[in-house]
Design a protein around this ligand. Structure first.
Ligand code: NAG
Ligand code: NAG
Ligand code: NAG
Ligand code: NAG
Ligand code: NAG
Length: 762
């Protein structure tokens, strides 16, 4: 049975690799910015690890940071300015108890701060895993000090026991909504509201089945609601599917929601949600592959909650590929599935096998899972306590919608190969054209941040990655990202530290063409100052002429770029000559000219990622060469002369640009020819010898193969020198199979660190 399932999965995998989708499966960042300490400000303290919980308090000008055993309050304008800190470690007794239960004292039996929420009265609510005994407390920042109230309450159901387990929470009107596991073993998942009478999910696998909680958010749907609807809390997670029966264990992504006013049922579903409904979330990356799993979500609401869009990142399950994706979901689509969609219902087929199919009967009224709205109130139902048993029993047994929630435009917004996506935030920025653009900042498992934009208002176009910037020196997975609107900064935390990074570094674009072509909504070229500047909302744009063209990247308004300076080079015939030409970006190609004619590439002329190679140059190659870096965006082309060389015949190379000198190369070639002749002769002799032996009745075979191999090795060794750069380029852009292993290793790392080691094994 499992063998069959494994074969089926393998079949899916193979068919996925051959399927084409008509949508780029690898978006290349326009620029790659390597690690530099100027990329952002780093905060870390000696002996403090796990900087993975964060809360911004723009009202206080502070960023609160939760780590292992400590909480910090940092200046939101400069995280190197530490305002206050407080230690909250574990007691010896707690650590011992935790160790007795088989946990590691240094890794597991510590207090990892997992929840940090600002409350309405200016305090902070904070919870920690506390050596597998979660506790919560309030905390104040007063007079430059962080003070714990030392009035600890049980954190069970609010904060995870296990620091490696994913969880989520949101603070709404003085109440904590949390999604985590409420026992030591991590086997009792719960979505809970912690008020005086807590409301939670039922312990049924049809409600939550080995979930991985990702993200929770409050949507104020009661605002201007024509049907008197209630506010809701949405939850994104992944879990083992109940509705597919081919697989041993197949995980799927979900979105679920509950109503804020839910008080549970009177008899049925007492103190349980009466409004918990969930639906499958689809992000189709490779056709027919195993579903991708949601890893993080960010909500953007341009004009009220009806316009909200959830940006979600996805990675493959079971490491079947090294693609990651972003899918966007509109509030409208999600709401429609929950308020109008059909439900799934379990039916028992044959003995005890349960299959989930669409429920096609009549629904009880009020509609199961709906919040108390105007229509319900008219029927005298003013709270969930008044809901009839029929409605409650229906939702208790059938919390799953039949319909799947599809992403906007039914496809991912972005797909990229390489390091797995880990976290996402989205900044809205008003550009020079008056339109608002959503800029995605995506953290990866190797410590970089991708900055990506879809320029079409309805996300119908292809998404561009403006840059990939390395934030952490070591390849540390980014575990949390927060966005500060007031300061225009991004805060990215990993296990080793936090980095504060500006949303844009326009100064990195040194020419007008580069600045405009980058299509960075934050940047424009200031003609008067002749520099690429950051567009801040307060900037007076009237007195200066600025160029920005996000839709087309049209740089024709730019002054003509400076021409390259002529460089004279001499060469010795028979040598290989290398002429450098640094392209403007990863997307630019080089156009080489010989005199004023386009250079036709051949075995003799090879273009590498940053240079032209002229192999075995002869006297006829003495000429003028020029290189243009050409970048295309829509119908616009930006051409920039990057290098100009006058190549003259010399008698003595200066060594810098001359590859292995000619006498050596030629003598090695001669050497090779004689070697070949020798091998042929030896082979003939050997063949004669073998034939003779056969004739005589003895049998000796080996030693011929050894020679054959030595021959191929030496001939490969000769060309390797010039081919290396080319191979490098290929790896970077098209990532052949060899690249995949690396990324697998990275992915595995992150996943086990996140506590996903319960990945099913077939
Ligand atoms: C905390 O950080 C350390 C050091 O990077 C790491 O080994 C450990 O796994 C982290 N703990 C958790 C719970 O992520
Ligand atoms: C905490 O701060 C709030 C608001 O600033 C204040 O009302 C309260 O008294 C403070 N509590 C403590 C224990 O400092
Ligand atoms: C190099 O070029 C010369 C003449 O231009 C030619 O005679 C020679 O065979 C070439 N060598 C190789 C290895 O192609
Ligand atoms: C190369 O360019 C230089 C400077 O523009 C010019 O003097 C020279 O004649 C050119 N050489 C050839 C072979 O065209
Ligand atoms: C070109 O390749 C070299 C190594 O072959 C690499 O160091 C360099 O970063 C590459 N340049 C670009 C612009 O990709």
């Amino acid at each position: 049975m499992y063998v069959l399932a494994a074969l089926f999965v393998l079949y899916l995998f193979c068919s996925a690799l051959t399927s084409s989708q008509g949508w780029p499966l690898d978006c290349t960042p326009r620029k790659t910015v390597p690690y530099h300490s100027d990329n952002g400000k780093l905060f870390r303290e000696n002996d403090v690890w796990n900087y993975t919980t964060m809360a911004l308090r723009e009202d206080l000008g502070l960023i609160f940071l939760g780590t292992r055993g400590a909480i910090f309050a940092l200046d939101i304008n400069n995280i190197n300015n530490k305002k206050a800190s407080v230690r909250w470690g574990v007691t010896e007794k707690q650590q011992k108890e935790c160790t007795y239960k088989g946990k590691d004292p240094e890794i597991d039996c510590q207090n990892y701060i997992r929840i940090l929420h600002g409350t309405e009265d200016g305090r902070m609510y904070v919870c920690g895993t506390n050596a597998f005994h979660p506790m919560c407390d309030y905390m104040n920042y007063t007079d430059g000090q962080l003070i714990m109230h030392n009035n600890q309450e049980d954190g069970k159901g609010k904060c995870p026991f296990d620091p490696f387990q994913r969880y989520s929470s949101v603070w709404v009107d003085g109440e904590l909504y949390s999604a985590t596991s409420m026992n030591f073993l991590g086997s009792e998942p719960v979505v809970m509201r912690s008020s005086e009478d807590p409301i939670r999910t039922d312990f049924k696998s049809s409600w939550l089945n080995e979930p991985n909680f990702i993200y929770m958010d409050h949507i104020p749907e009661s605002e201007n609601s024509p049907d008197g609807d209630d506010d809701k809390v949405y939850l994104f997670f992944s879990e083992t599917a109940v509705e597919y029966d081919f697989y041993h264990k197949l995980a799927v992504s979900r979105v679920a929601r509950v109503c804020k006013g839910d008080l549970g049922g009177q008899r049925t579903l007492q103190r349980k949600w009466t409004s918990f409904v969930k639906a499958r979330l689809e992000c189709p990356v490779l056709k027919s592959q195993l579903p991708y799993l949601v890893q993080d979500v960010f909500r953007v609401c341009p004009a009220g909650w009806t316009t909200c869009v959830f940006y979600a990142i996805f990675t493959p399950q079971m490491h079947f590929s090294d693609h990651s994706a972003v899918c966007a979901y509109s509030m409208h689509d999600i709401k429609q599935v929950f308020t109008e969609g059909k439900f799934k219902t379990p039916v028992t087929v044959e003995t005890s096998f349960v299959k989930w199919v669409m429920f096609s009967g009549d629904l009880p009224t009020p509609r199961p899972g709906a919040c108390i709205n105007g229509a319900a109130r008219k029927q005298g139902i003013t709270s969930s306590l008044d809901l009839p048993d029929k409605t409650l029993q229906f939702i208790r047994d059938r919390p799953l919608m039949d319909q799947v929630i599809e992403p906007m435009n039914n496809r991912p917004l972005l797909v990229k190969k390489g390091a797995a996506f880990t976290r996402i935030v989205v900044a809205s920025v008003v550009a020079l054209d008056g339109a608002t653009y959503h800029v995605m900042f995506i953290g990866t498992a190797t410590g970089s941040v991708l900055k990506a934009v879809n320029y079409a208002e309805d996300n119908t176009e292809e998404t561009s990655i403006i840059e990939e910037l390395q934030l952490f020196q070591s390849s540390e997975a980014i575990k949390i990202i927060r966005l500060s609107k007031s300061t225009g900064h991004l805060f990215a935390g990993s296990e080793v530290g936090v980095v504060q990074m500006p949303l844009s570094s326009c100064g990195r674009y040194t020419s007008c063409g580069d600045c405009v072509h980058a299509r960075d909504p934050f940047c424009a070229w200031d003609l008067a100052a002749a520099q690429c500047i950051s567009l801040s909302p307060v900037a007076t744009q009237a007195d200066s002429k600025l160029i920005q063209n996000l839709q087309n990247g049209d740089a024709s308004g730019c002054p003509p770029p400076e021409m390259a300076k002529l460089v004279t080079r001499t060469f010795v015939p028979g040598n290989n000559v290398k002429l450098e030409c640094e392209p403007i970006s990863n997307l630019a190609k080089q156009d080489w000219y010989l005199g004023d004619k386009t250079l036709v590439l051949s075995d003799k002329y090879k273009v590498h990622n940053d240079s032209l190679m002229i192999l075995n140059a002869s006297a006829a190659d003495a000429a003028n060469y020029s290189c243009w870096s050409v970048e295309r965006s829509h119908e616009h082309e930006y051409r920039w002369q990057k290098a100009k060389y006058q190549l003259t015949l010399g008698t003595n190379g200066d060594g810098r640009w001359v590859l292995p000198t000619s006498p050596q190369a030629q003598s090695s070639r001669q050497h090779l020819v004689s070697l070949q002749i020798l091998v042929v002769l030896l082979s003939v002799m050997l063949a004669l010898l073998v034939a003779w032996n056969f004739y005589k009745g003895h049998l000796t075979l080996p030693c011929k193969m050894g020679r054959g191999q030595a021959h191929t090795n030496s001939s490969r060794g000769e060309v390797a020198n010039t081919q290396q750069p080319l191979q490098h380029t290929e790896e970077k852009t098209s990532a052949p199979a060899g690249n995949r292993n690396n990324n697998h290793a990275n992915l595995e790392n992150t996943i086990s660190m996140d506590g996903h080691d319960d990945v099913s094994v077939i």
